[in-house]
Design a protein around this ligand. Structure first.
Ligand code: DGT
Ligand code: CA
Ligand code: CA
Ligand code: ZN
Length: 584
């Protein structure tokens, strides 16, 4: 793993701080650079070690930005960023997490009212001070107030997509520590929950103190919150990491316990109690020969503790994949031998929702296709945005553009073994209409993704009907990111997943699991409802660059949280199978 995301985050913070002070152009230059650094396939710290010129080879990164990146990798800070942080001492990330509050608003409210934190913002809004600031009014003030609870909640949890790379780095580091015998992630991260409260890591070692000390001393650790023989907590890349150290003989029991979810564990333990067994983080114990007075955690006959398989086996169950451990019927299914054979990342054969430079993507059709082939896909659907609300007008395609794009795609097909489907991503409006492509163009396309991008408002009430209209549209093949949610930024629209799934199954329209870590839409329980209703799932990345194909793992694990098998997933079929679905 590289430090690209960490460096990109700093460039974005710098851009926000400049924008808040009304600096023009430069913020966008930094944001573009940040995006390219994040998507760059090589490790930015390795380029930085080679020097500024190597860093400046990343597209969009000029000399000034390259020198800041080298400065950061060498010294751990950027002088100019520190100066801006001093000039505007606000918690930018926290404040801009309120919907409708951007860096400019933050700059103005700091200047006028000294607002630095979410608490300050809430106090100022409640006191009616914000409406008095020039350029603000009572409506804006109310909107800010309305957005604060969601933002506060969002502050407490990190995106899986941010926590996972940090956790993988921690694992890699610990695996290299001498005293460590085994190491794995546990908690919500192992269950692939879309948001993470803290990263739980479990290590097996005979020398817990040495492992805790090694982690606390690691150069990537920003803060040590707690350090000890069995438990050490640190902060890495802004993520709180809880490390627990156990002896190797109890690793499986501890892994089972700390993977959770709590609700899964409670039911597992209750079922075991009925059979005279005790399950805890140290093992599974048979209590039948134990006296009432005997107390302690390790009483009775030890039946299992070394591996998770043995722990589940000791309570009479097959091993349950972590994604299923959410107390949604998995223990009953396991007991009945009905666990699903979950779809795997390797099952996915192609991507059915992607963007090129024809709309807001980074690459030409030919280059995106080359990237898909290199990634190992058999097929790709190019589905650039059609014009419509929620889409920047210059980037959306008209009917004429789509006809022209068809010719380009025809030429690309001549030079590649990859099957290239020509699609479009059309907007689903507030009434469920699919715009703004004419019916005959839609009919000529191989695949139509319809997705809500506008009118997602919290005041919309139940939007099941709207989504059902879209899936029933005769030309729509995939309902893209059905709820429109942006995790921690914009709530999901309200709808009934089961009703939607039944309509989708009847109409032969696939429901997307959008793999972008900001979306993960649909999510576990909604996918589960869809699978139960017999709907087809499409696990797409919505890639805007070839580096984003790898996000598919987030989508697949989300689909697994919804009990999806390969047979439920459209793009686990081969190209002919996909075509058959599209034609029927
Ligand atoms: P998070 O961190 O909020 O995203 O969610 P988790 O699931 O990672 O929860 P966390 O970090 O509080 O605890 C990790 C696991 O440890 C949790 O999934 C189950 C286990 N655990 C924690 N507290 C308890 C408890 O009181 N009872 C039981 N049975 N398990 C617990
Ligand atoms: Ca956790
Ligand atoms: Ca924890
Ligand atoms: Zn898209």
């Amino acid at each position: 793993m590289s430090r690209n995301a960490e460096v990109a985050g700093l460039l974005e913070e710098y851009a926000d701080l400049l924008e808040a002070q009304d600096v023009e152009y430069k913020p966008n230059t930094y944001r573009r650079a940040a995006e390219n650094v994040r998507d760059h396939p090589g490790a930015v710290e390795e380029l930085a070690a080679e020097g500024e010129d190597a860093v400046a080879d990343i597209s969009g990164v000029g000399d000034a930005i390259a020198s800041k990146i080298v400065e950061y990798v060498k010294t751990g800070s950027i002088e100019e960023l520190e100066a801006e942080r001093e000039a505007l001492p606000v918690d930018m990330a926290e404040l801009t997490s309120v919907e409708g509050v951007g860096p400019k608003t933050v700059g103005r409210l700091y200047g006028a009212l000294g607002v630095r934190t979410l608490d300050d913002l809430e106090d100022a809004a409640r006191a009616g001070d914000i409406r008095e600031v020039s350029g603000f009014g009572a409506t804006t003030e109310q909107n800010i107030l309305d957005g604060i609870p969601f933002a506060r909640q969002a502050q407490e949890r990190e995106l899986l997509g941010d926590a996972r790379p940090a956790a993988e780095d921690v694992l890699e580091f610990l695996a290299g520590v001498d005293a460590v015998e085994r190491v794995d992630v546990a908690g919500s991260l192992r269950r692939w929950k879309p948001t993470i409260g803290d990263v739980d890591v479990l290590a097996a070692s005979g020398d817990g103190a040495a492992v805790g000390e090694a982690l606390a001393d690691w150069e990537r650790v920003d803060e040590v919150l707690d350090q000890g023989e069995t438990k050490t907590s640190v902060r890495v890349d802004g993520q709180r990491v809880d490390l627990r150290v156990v002896v190797e003989a109890e690793f499986g029991a501890a892994l089972q316990y700390f993977t959770g979810s709590k609700a899964h564990n409670v039911e597992l333990r209750d079922d075991a109690v009925d059979r005279g067994l005790k399950v805890n983080e140290y093992g599974v114990f048979d209590l039948s020969e134990v006296d009432e007075e005997d107390e302690g955690q390790r009483v009775g006959e030890l039946l299992a503790s070394e591996t998770e398989e043995e722990v589940y086996d000791a309570v009479g169950l097959p091993w349950i994949p972590p994604e299923l451990r959410e107390h949604r019927g998995e223990l009953a299914a396991a007991a009945d031998g009905d666990l699903p054979d979950l779809v795997a990342v390797e099952d996915v054969r192609g991507d059915l929702h992607t963007h090129t430079e024809w709309s807001d993507g980074a690459l030409s059709v030919a280059n995106l296709a080359a990237g898909a082939a290199e990634f190992g896909h058999d097929y790709l659907c190019v589905s650039d945005h059609a014009t419509g609300p929620g889409i920047v007008s210059e980037t959306g395609l008209s009917d004429a553009d789509l006809r022209e794009q068809a010719e380009t795609i025809e030429r690309v097909r001549e030079d590649t073994d990859l099957t290239v489907f020509h699609g479009v991503e059309a907007n689903v409006d507030a009434d469920g209409n699919v715009g703004a492509v004419s019916d005959d163009v839609l009919a000529d396309l191989d695949l139509v993704v319809a997705s809500p991008h506008s009118g997602l408002g919290d005041d919309g009430g139940d939007q099941t009907e709207r989504l059902i209209r879209a899936v029933e549209h005769p030309h729509v093949d995939v309902l893209g990111h059905p709820s429109g949610r942006l995790i921690n930024q914009r709530p999901a629209m309200e709808f009934d997943p089961r009703e939607l799934a039944e309509a989708a199954a009847a109409a032969g329209t696939a429901l997307e699991v959008n793999s972008n870590p900001h979306r993960l839409d649909l999510w576990g329980s909604a996918v589960q409802a869809a699978v139960e209703a017999g709907a087809t799932i499409a696990v797409n990345t919505d890639a805007h660059a070839a580096t984003e194909f790898e996000n598919v793992e987030y989508g697949v694990h989300t689909a697994r949280r919804g009990w999806a098998e390969a047979g439920d997933v459209l793009n686990a079929r081969d190209a002919a199978g996909v075509r058959e679905f599209l034609d029927s």
